[in-house]
Design a protein around this ligand. Sequence first.
Ligand code: HEC
Length: 117
Amino acid sequence: MKKIFSIGFNISLAVAIASCEYNYEEETVDGGVNNCDIAVSYTDFIRPLIDNNCMPCHNGDGNEPFAPDLRTFNGVKGIAELVKEVTLNRRMPKDGSLTNEQIASIGCWVDQGALNN
Ligand code: HEC
C-alpha cells in the first residue's frame, strides 16, 4: 500500500516537472518568450508593452527633455538597438517597471530583426 502511494506521488511529481519544462519552451503569459528561438511579435507583444510602459513620455510631443517618438513601428524600428540597450541596462522605463522576461523578450525581438510581425 505504501509502495503504491509512493509510485502515484512520483508520477504526479514527474508530470509537474515535465509541465514546467514544457512551459519553459513556450511563450510567457504576456506573449513574451523564454527562448529567443521563438519569434516575438511586434503586434502582440512589443506594441502593447510600449503603449503600457513608454507612454506618455515617448509620444512625440516635442517637450524637453526630448524622448524619441515611439508611437509608430518605424519610430521603434529606427532605434531598435537603442531600445534594446536602454531596457537591458534598465535606464528605461525610468521607474524600472519591466520584468526580466519582458526585457529579454525585447532583446529577442531586436535580435530577430525588429520585424513588423
Ligand atoms: C517617465 C517618462 C519616460 C518613460 C516612461 C520612458 N521613457 Fe525613454 N526617455 C524619456 C526621456 C525624457 C528621454 C530623453 C532623456 C534621456 O535619455 O534620459 C528618454 C530616452 C529614451 C531613449 C533614447 C536614449 C538615448 O540614449 O538617446 C530610448 C531608446 C528610450 N527612452 C526608450 C524607452 C522605452 C523603450 C521605454 C518603455 C519601455 C521608455 N523609454 C520609457 C522618458 C521616458
